[in-house]
Ligand binder design. Structure first.
Ligand SMILES: NC(=O)c1ccc[n+]([C@@H]2O[C@H](COP(=O)([O-])OP(=O)(O)OC[C@H]3O[C@@H](n4cnc5c(N)ncnc54)[C@H](OP(=O)(O)O)[C@@H]3O)[C@@H](O)[C@H]2O)c1
Length: 287
């Protein structure tokens, strides 16, 4: 390259730099740095035992997620349990108090940067089971409304939490799952998202649509997981009593749902990759 060309190129880079920073060369404007967000962690990740398998669970502070934590701790597993607000997750913190291999990490599953951050933080920990459980369940005021009552904000939130978040988690944690012995991605879905099995009634628009989208996301993902020896499976937990102080007619308790789901999870084979299974006996459910 001739000297003239080099000088011209350098001049262009310099002018370009000034244009983007808005400086004249005599001053340097430095944009004020955003303070780094600090997330809370309860427990010492150093206490995870490399001899034990590891499960990563979302929405672990109550309901089905909390029961999964309880039952995995009885099995002696390493547990990375996530919750939006660890500080107020009383029951989860009580479990962590008595079980050193349970780490509680703050995670709002719509926070993709945090998901990436956690995958980086635990990069050296093979994740045997990535368990996406967190969900916006149809308990909000308009959930049972007909079409004129659909709350569009809840519709978007349901899509982000119920459908997008499990895919984002799978994207970020795929290498960690692939590095494990078990290699399972388990996602809690719902019969409400199935065309075949959901009630023939105009209600739960956003919940049903978000779970149907989740099912398709995971079905599509299964064509990638198969290449890495990972089994991705959707589970219906049954109708489970998780609203404090309220019992649904015919519903089961979280203990029963989770112990049966664990039996199904234990028995998963590569043949179950991309399937939607029932908690009770692992039978294949219709989409
Ligand atoms: N219970 C049933 O009968 C039933 C039936 C079919 C399917 N399911 C599915 O099973 C899963 C668990 O249900 P559940 O009955 O245990 O639900 P739940 O009692 O309503 O608990 C939902 C969990 O998800 C968490 N969550 C919601 N939005 C979140 C977000 N943005 N980031 C992180 N966590 C978030 C909640 O955290 P906060 O405490 O911070 O809100 C809570 O831990 C859900 O996916 C649900 O759709 C349940």
């Amino acid at each position: 390259m001739r000297y003239g060309t080099i000088i011209g190129t350098l001049l262009l880079i310099f002018i370009g730099g000034c244009a983007t920073t808005g400086t004249t060369g005599s001053e340097t404007a430095v944009a004020p740095a955003e303070p780094a967000r600090v997330y809370s962690t309860v427990g010492d990740p150093g206490k995870l035992n490399s001899e034990q398998p590891t499960v990563f669970i979302t929405g672990a502070n109550r309901g089905i997620g909390l029961e999964f934590v309880r039952q995995f701790s009885e099995r002696g597993w390493n547990i990375i349990a996530t919750a939006r607000n660890p500080g107020s997750s009383t029951e989860l913190l009580a479990l962590a108090d008595g079980y050193p291999r349970l780490i509680v990490e703050e995670l709002d599953v719509t926070d993709h940067e945090r998901i990436d951050g956690l995958a980086l933080k635990y990069a050296a920990t093979p994740v045997d089971i990535l368990l996406s459980n967190a969900g916006i369940t149809p308990r909000y005021k308009s959930a049972f409304a007909k079409v004129e009552g659909v709350d569009w904000d809840m519709a978007l939130q349901s899509y982000e939490v119920n459908a997008m978040a499990p895919l984002k988690l799978a994207q970020s944690f795929m290498d960690l799952v692939a590095a494990s012995d078990t290699k399972k991605i388990v996602v809690i879905s719902s019969k409400a998202g199935s065309f075949e099995l959901s009630p023939e009634m105009p209600m739960m628009y956003s919940y049903r649509a978000s779970k149907a989208a989740l099912n398709m996301y995971m079905y599509a993902l299964s064509f990638e997981t198969v290449k890495r020896g990972i089994t991705v499976t959707l589970l219906s937990p049954g109708q489970v009593n998780t609203t404090p102080g309220f019992k649904m007619k015919g519903a089961i308790e979280p203990e029963e749902s989770v112990s049966k789901m664990l039996a199904v999870i234990d028995g998963l084979t590569p043949e179950n990759n991309g399937q939607f299974l029932d908690y009770e006996d692992g039978r294949v459910l219709g989409w």
